[in-house]
Design a protein around this ligand. Structure first.
Ligand SMILES: NC(=O)c1ccc[n+]([C@@H]2O[C@H](COP(=O)([O-])OP(=O)(O)OC[C@H]3O[C@@H](n4cnc5c(N)ncnc54)[C@H](OP(=O)(O)O)[C@@H]3O)[C@@H](O)[C@H]2O)c1
Ligand SMILES: *[C@@H]1O[C@H](CO)[C@@H](O)[C@H](O)[C@H]1NC(C)=O
Ligand SMILES: *[C@@H]1O[C@H](CO)[C@@H](O)[C@H](O)[C@H]1NC(C)=O
Length: 326
């Protein structure tokens, strides 16, 4: 009797979870990709690799912007084998170095004639600092992508229709941006405990939301639109830097419930391939559908301020400070 009840409760919980937090969806967008060029940051594994594979299969020229040549080349071999595409290439990009971002943009603009899709996908949950002294979560997840997007914007505007898709996360809800601390210390939280850098991660994902919110305003009147994405809860290497005992706890749930990278790529693909969503520029998508955003994720003043601070930190605006100061 009790056993039956227990089975019922577990089954019920499983069904509820697979309809909410772990819900699956399928991209139905089918925009033509032949002749178009796509950049995917962190396209060598996880959600980025699954996204790259799908776009390569549709005939796009796909550039994997990755920090590690060996990993990127291994991914390219897999994608080529799977799709037959010979139009997938590696270009060195380490988002933890603003110099590397500038170097990537320079090389790209010199060697490639067009850009139709920029997918700001790379991300990490970890402790540490970037080459320029920023907190690694803020520096890689937000600031590197901010600079990259700014440097490529003119090229995106030259396309008949272009999009910027940025991977955020539902974790933005737990994020908070302390601008005073950011300008004084160059990070939004650090610390060696997992919960500390998970908090920094949430803050960086809130930055991703506000970035897209502000970018959409700045792109009004152009043919470039932008979107932020929560991909679902996906089995990837994202938790590689959390502690071992947490992994032991997460792993069984991950095996049972988490989406695989292919399923985790669907909302990104929706924002890349679905026609007729241009009027939703600046909005937030999950499960291949636009979602409501809590007030902090669409705060106009915070979004504008983050943009201005980011410009300063990257040295894009006048009065830029040298970040080695942190
Ligand atoms: N997995 C989830 O449940 C989940 C949920 C919400 C949002 N997201 C977001 O989805 C995106 C993709 O994550 P994922 O789950 O696919 O994680 P992943 O498997 O760990 O992949 C992350 C990618 O980012 C790259 N990367 C990290 N630091 C970099 C740097 N400094 N320069 C260039 N590339 C760098 C990694 O390269 P290396 O392989 O060389 O380290 C890797 O290719 C992230 O933005 C993440 O925040 C994921
Ligand atoms: C922008 O889109 C409009 C309408 O589709 C098109 O006429 C125009 O040529 C596009 N602009 C560029 C720069 O391609
Ligand atoms: C995270 O883990 C990887 C591999 O487990 C390690 O090489 C790396 O130094 C760690 N820290 C960061 C910030 O990536």
């Amino acid at each position: 009797m009790y056993l039956l009840l227990l089975v019922g409760v577990v089954l019920g919980a499983y069904i509820i979870l697979t309809q909410t937090l772990f819900k699956r969806s399928k991209c139905k967008g089918n925009a033509a990709m032949a002749g178009k060029t796509v950049i995917i940051t962190g396209g060598n594994t996880g959600i980025g690799k699954a996204t790259a594979l799908h776009l390569a299969r549709k005939g796009a020229r796909v550039i994997l912007a990755c920090r590690n040549r060996d990993k990127a080349e291994a991914a390219i071999r897999d994608i080529q084998q799977d799709t037959g595409s010979t139009d997938v290439l590696y270009m060195q990009l380490d988002l933890a170095s603003l110099k590397s971002v500038r170097c990537f943009a320079k090389t790209f603009l010199k060697t490639e004639s067009r850009l139709d899709l920029l997918i700001n996908n790379a991300g990490l949950v970890a402790d540490g600092r970037t080459e320029d002294g920023f907190g690694i979560g803020f520096g890689v997840n937000h600031l590197g992508h901010f600079l990259l997007t700014c440097l490529l914007l003119d090229r995106l505007k030259e396309a008949e229709e272009a999009r910027v898709v940025s991977l955020s996360s539902m974790a933005y809800r737990w994020g908070h941006i302390d601008f005073n601390a950011l300008e004084a210390n160059g990070h939004l939280g650090t610390g060696r405990y997992s919960w500390q850098f998970f908090h920094a991660y949430c803050n960086s994902k809130l930055c991703n939301m506000l970035f897209t919110h502000e970018l959409a305003k700045r792109l009004k009147g152009t043919n470039v639109t932008c979107y932020s994405v929560h991909p679902g809860v996906v089995r990837t290497e994202l938790s590689r830097n959390v502690s071992l005992w947490q992994k032991v706890f997460i792993e069984p749930i991950a095996q049972l419930l988490f989406l695989d990278p292919e399923a985790g790529a669907q909302t990104t693909l929706h924002c890349c391939l679905q026609e007729g969503i241009e009027h939703l520029s600046g909005r937030y998508f999950s499960c291949c559908a636009v979602q409501e955003v809590s007030a902090r994720g669409r705060d106009d003043a915070a979004a504008r301020k983050l943009w201005e601070v980011s410009e300063k930190l990257c040295g894009l605006s006048k009065g830029g400070i040298t970040t080695k100061d942190f």
